[in-house]
Design a protein around this ligand. Sequence first.
Ligand code: DGL
Length: 272
Amino acid sequence: MIGVFDSGSGGLTILKTLTERLPDQDFLYFGDHGNAPYGHRSNEQIVELTKVGVTRLMDAGCSLVVLACNTAAAIALRSLQETWLPEQFPRNRILGVLVPMVEAITGVPWSQQNQSPNRDAEKILLFATQKTVASGAYQEEINKRAPQVDLVQKACPGLVDAIEGGAGPMPLRGMIEGFINETDVAGVSTAVLGCTHFPLVEGYFKAALPQHISILSQPEIVADALANYLNRHNHYRTKGTGRVTLLTTGDPKTVNSVSRRFAGHKLIFTRQ
Ligand code: DGL
């Protein structure tokens, strides 16, 4: 069983592509709706909450956990991987969503970081939570691979809250148009939705951005990266039937109805 962690419903966008890409695996999803959004929390709180969620998934038998939350990956992943995991679950692994995105942005894989790639300068626009932007994690990882990439970061405060709160199309569209109007998009070729909640409203981003700007799809890229990882580390591949179990720290009734709106079909979360 593969664990998938998110602060709320956003990671469902990643889970969907993972199940499509890896139909022979079972998945256990942990949505920390009771503590979402993480964007308002201190770094210490995010690290602690991420540890709780990952522990729950690993105690349930997930030896591999995907942090399907850019904010948790930006703030907590490195410290968890370097110190906490080797002490608590030495055989297990945690993967983030940030590095696969940076590899896709730069075209430079992890194994070749710190080498100077032969590519033109490019202006990339990143939409993310305030926490992810403030962490500088995307910038840091991009600099290691392709310092000529000019990264324009735009924090989108309140968007995760609005999505989790079940806001309708009008307010969501209005917020997104507002963020884009505040951003200098001149010369931008590609936009990255660096928050797993944002693909749920990708259509509004697409509609408000100039047509020539393409949007990198995080769910697809993360699913490819995980499939690739499992090919290289076969022992994390388990025998499954595509079963998906959904856990939440929030109120399952509310979470089910918000998640259903975005998933387009019925989802049943259990209070963990
Ligand atoms: N889906 C999370 C992310 O990818 C949202 C974080 C939050 O809860 O603010 O960043």
